[in-house]
Ligand binder design. Sequence first.
Ligand code: R5P
Length: 321
Amino acid sequence: MPLYNASKEKKVPFSSWMQKLPQSPLLFTGSSHPTLAEEISSELGCSLGKSRISQFPDGETSAEILESVSGRDVFVIQSIAIHPNQYLFELLLLIDALKRSAAKKIVAVIPYLGYCRQDRKDKPGTPITAKLVANLLASAGTSHLVTCDLHADQVEGFFEIPVEHLRCQSLLSQKAASWLGSQGIVLAPDIGSIKLGASMAKQLDLELAVMRKQRLSSTEVKMHLLGSVKGKNVLIVDDLCSTGGTLSAATDLCLQLGANKVMAAITHGLFAPGAIEKLESSPLDQILTTNTVPAPIYPSSKWAQVSIAPLIAQTIRAISS
Ligand code: R5P
């Protein structure tokens, strides 16, 4: 008996065969980082979906999807930084609009997931904002999350949907390697960044030193070094920089303890007001970030950025195939 008989195979109508052809991913963006969204869409060879974000006269935000998404898998690109309240809310509105327009799968691509630093109740009367944001995204209709270097890995567990947690250390290490030379050492500026630092040290085949950070106020920190940086080119690795207090205190201490020079590789350059000026005038030699957050105008050549667009595009391709 033949194992396979072509003449007996059920004929598939042409229309349903057409429906099964892979469709290019449908990308939308909020207004937080249109440059990154454009870069990702050009990596993928597709254009951005039509949508509109505007404001009502009373200050409320309005979002509108201007093309059909029915039955399609859609990706919404939006970082929750710089104006986090506005961008989080825009994202929720876009997701709700996509859900009500019958999109099949809604993937939130949030390169920087803001509000994640409050991931536990560290004193009475405080919220756990990371869990609240996870709940809001899920109840709006998010079916999948793509994000980069979360402040703490356990935040992934706050989501009951699949999470692609992308790591940016390999992108940053490629650029940092030539600067470090043979005398390099990686430094985690606080206990929370040890895992990132260890991953960077492994990629660069270097030792890891650690600092213990005492926060004196929201802008001031005091550091104690565990390890030695004497005569070394130090690479400080952290998930984010906000006021620049951590980076500048860690740099000062490294130089006081005999480091040769100090550079920083940070995933999310949030740079709150005053941070750029503070770091520009600090003895830090180089400051390298990714573009999870839009770049400010850099005052000098000590600032550099690597793009995460190829990494995000590759992830979108994998999810939509
Ligand atoms: C702390 O847990 C983070 O990893 C960063 O070190 C910190 O948030 C940086 O903030 P700033 O630049 O304000 O010192």
